[in-house]
Design a protein around this ligand. Sequence first.
Ligand SMILES: Cc1cc2nc3c(=O)[nH]c(=O)nc-3n(C[C@H](O)[C@H](O)[C@H](O)COP(=O)(O)OP(=O)(O)OC[C@H]3O[C@@H](n4cnc5c(N)ncnc54)[C@H](O)[C@@H]3O)c2cc1C
Length: 469
Amino acid sequence: MNRPLRIAIVGAGPAGMYAAGHLLEGAGGTWLDGRLQRLVNRPVEVDMFERLPVPWGLLRHGVAPDHPDKKQVQQVYEDIAARPGFRYFGNVELGVHIHAGELAEWYDAVIHAVGASGDSALGIPGEYLPGSLSAREFVAWYNGHPDYRDLAVDLSAERVVIVGNGNVAMDVARILSQSPDALAKTDIATHALEALRHSRAREVVLLGRRAHVHGAFNNPELEELGELPGVDIVVDTGGLDGTHESLQGLTDTATLRKITTLQRLAERQPKEHPRRIVLRFLSSPVQVLGEGRVQGVKVARNRLERDEAGQWRALSTGEVQQLDCGLVMRAIGFFGQPLPGLPFDAVRGVVPSEEGRVLQGGQVLPGHYVTGWIKRGPRGIIGTNKKCARDTVRSLLTDADAGRLPTAGTLDAAAVENRIRERQPDYVSQSEWLRLDDAERRAGRLEGRPRMKLTRVEEMLAAAHPPQG
Ligand SMILES: Cc1cc2nc3c(=O)[nH]c(=O)nc-3n(C[C@H](O)[C@H](O)[C@H](O)COP(=O)(O)OP(=O)(O)OC[C@H]3O[C@@H](n4cnc5c(N)ncnc54)[C@H](O)[C@@H]3O)c2cc1C
């Protein structure tokens, strides 16, 4: 029989898992084009390396806890992980325990699927005062990411300001505004639930740089805000009456739907509910204010002007208003981080690539591939990563078929396992992850929740590893 094609994947988020799925499905020879049939009939083995003990990336640590339906895709990843040829090495970090160059020697090829773990910056004074966080950090905190377990989240002031109005901003506004009793039925991290129970935040203000028509949210997320029990929605209506130039001649149905929802929400009479969410438009923060910690934000009123390409851009009118608040969150986008040993495009925050093949100085770096947010930038829903991973796997298998992979992989499965055990004795195997998963689900069942997430690496390792002796 042919020697197996051995692939390392770094990052067990959606993109990495879909890549594994395509590779292991390809072994059946069913989905790739005819030219690759011969190759895919060769057995494929995938070793998945993940820096956390737990897999699934932003599906676990990004997707909002009150959206359990979106988390059902986890079953797909569990099925992929159960396929013959798949191995999981959790708690193993590229750049710490393993390195890109050596993976390319040990394996026939490496797929990097590490996501985007940094933030875009506002570039305004006071941006990094205590009490000014990125939405990425806050989301990771309420979802129980161990790196953010001890994040200082001060919910003692009445107003929270969120910069940005995309779906992540909507998630954050919902989590801050809804009843903790409703959240108690979800898999939200217990430390976050406790903090939210004591929250004094009564008003969440979302600042959109441009007009209503440019709101980055999707309509279902907007409608969901309007349905939150005990929460008034206040919409800044300037330019929403249909007379603003940016609304003229609009035909895009998704945008028209959002405008209709905004109009409906704007017409609703506030009911003096205990909490409210304020959607402001044409508003940009120009300074985060405070002595030693956040006490407010200076917000400029914008106007719209068309640029040379005919696109609307926001320009300050010079009118500035101060909003008192105790917490400011930047929800203006994630940004990829460089990986040791790999090229990086610092402008786009991605590893440069062409059809999934990593490029160094414009040339293909043989044996290295990318998929997911580190390839495309932080855009797209979970499903987008499936096609993205498929394109990358197609390139990889095409290269394997054409003899363009640089080495034949110097370590077999047993040798890799020995090497990883030497480097990281506390790695978490697939069966150990299943143990941990089972412990979380069992603890959740006792509380009427889908799972009780473990939020410290030590707790995760204790649940994963069988007791000694
Ligand atoms: C707040 C938020 C909410 C979202 N909600 C939804 C939603 O409701 N529905 C939807 O369809 N999409 C949603 N998305 C989008 C979706 O989460 C992304 O499309 C998807 O997670 C991107 O997948 P990825 O695998 O590229 O990155 P990630 O999910 O970030 O996975 C990357 C993985 O790589 C690991 N890693 C990083 N560095 C290393 C290293 N050096 N060594 C080893 N491992 C490493 C990480 O720990 C992580 O597990 C949301 C995104 C965010 C940010």
